[in-house]
Ligand binder design. Sequence first.
Ligand SMILES: Cc1cc2nc3c(=O)[nH]c(=O)nc-3n(C[C@H](O)[C@H](O)[C@H](O)COP(=O)(O)OP(=O)(O)OC[C@H]3O[C@@H](n4cnc5c(N)ncnc54)[C@H](O)[C@@H]3O)c2cc1C
Length: 469
Amino acid sequence: MITVGPLPPEKLAYALARYSRSPDSIRASIEWVRTHDSAKFLDSFYFQYGHASIADLGHLALCFEGISELAAVEIEDEPLWDGQARSSRYQDFSKSGFVTPPEFDAAQAALYRGAGESLLAAYNQVHARVLEWLTRVLPKPEGMKTEAYQRNLAARAFDVARYLLFLGIPTGAGQVTSIRTLEKQIRRLRASAFGEVRALGEEAAQACAAPAQCSLEASAEPVAPTLAKYVDADPYPGAARQRLGEWAAANLPPYQATETPPLVDVLQPANTLADIASTLLYSVTDRPFRALYKLACNWSKAVCMEVIGAALESRSRRDELLREFRGGLYAFDMVMDIGAYRDLHRHRRCQQYRQEFTGKLGYDTPPAMFEAGAGDLYAAAIEQALSAWKQLPQPAAQYVLPFAARSRFLFKMDFAEIEYISRLRSGVKGHFSYRQVAWEMKQKFAAIEPQLAQLIDATPPWVEDPLVR
Ligand SMILES: Cc1cc2nc3c(=O)[nH]c(=O)nc-3n(C[C@H](O)[C@H](O)[C@H](O)COP(=O)(O)OP(=O)(O)OC[C@H]3O[C@@H](n4cnc5c(N)ncnc54)[C@H](O)[C@@H]3O)c2cc1C
């Protein structure tokens, strides 16, 4: 066994790729890398001939600081992403302020800032009131250290107040990805509909062409110079979604929601063609997946192929199929608050799709808000934000949406991931909004797979221990 010391990502990729294609020891490959130009190798093998797996072998760490929660969603929306985002519990928003999207003119920015400031003022007030209420109803157990008790209650109060945070508040994310994932990510960010996200894509590309800004040892070597040359904006997914939106607008029958949507709906699509067509239409409409799938099952194969054709029209030979073509045995369509989604979005062994974040599906209120006597001040701040959302131009209006606002998300996964998410996310250490979702996932799944559902050891939401972290 031979360990290999830290190497710049492109040199490591070069060394391991050469190793796989020669009879020599890795020691010889490392020596080879010392004396040869990794840029030439990556240029020809990875970028020109498309030996993509070579770029899996070099990894690099990147941190995004002071970005909005909305930008963090876009950054993390990468199935092969390893990283951590900052927890809002440890941030002082009175000092950090929030991100104002570059798209807004002066009047729009003032409207946005007014709503944002009200949300943050309510966040601080709600936190104080909930903490005071929790201290009253949950006295410190004997034997628990005062510090731990206070920390647990403060964390719980932040969990309640979190519903008032919004997509414009700042956060940070640190990631470790392969060159291949980073290339895809930067190209996707540069094609984003949001100015902030496009700028982050530009900055990430420039950073790859320069030496690391932060490391244990100073080095003048650029981090990933070859990668930096090949990360132009990826126009395909955006063009395909625009075409699908046009198809939906021209061909789908009118739809009016008749009842409050369930938190979780699950189905097991047996018709693959209809499944792909309805998944393609899901993120460009505001319809439930069940309604779209039902429509698609009643269409002829030719109509389903028309939808698929719309998605493929602008695809070049180098573009991968959209993620809508990937599957999962079970499709969970969920109308949950944005805060819960921010947490569940982090699961990678599933295929995720989302509709635009919206203010149309109402918002959640945790019961503790009323119990702590903060219901009115909460509702006033949320209503002000939803009213601003209606007046602001899309898509940047989404920045003002509070975490309490419900939106629609589709997760497709196999049984192992259902078991994992439902078990992990229903546990008492979790946030109560996603605990409810995780519990519902098991209940709804039991209706279609009762035997398998019995194997899921999910914790019911009524089993609570606010003093456990
Ligand atoms: C109580 C709690 C608090 C949390 N706090 C934070 C926080 O403050 N900040 C934050 O950023 N996140 C936080 N998270 C999210 C957490 O870091 C994970 O991102 C999230 O739980 C997704 O789970 P997972 O990565 O285990 O698995 P999934 O992505 O769902 O994958 C399922 C399984 O597949 C395997 N797998 C998937 N990807 C990989 C991989 N790349 N390498 C190896 N194996 C893999 C693993 O076996 C994994 O368990 C928190 C989660 C919980 C439950």
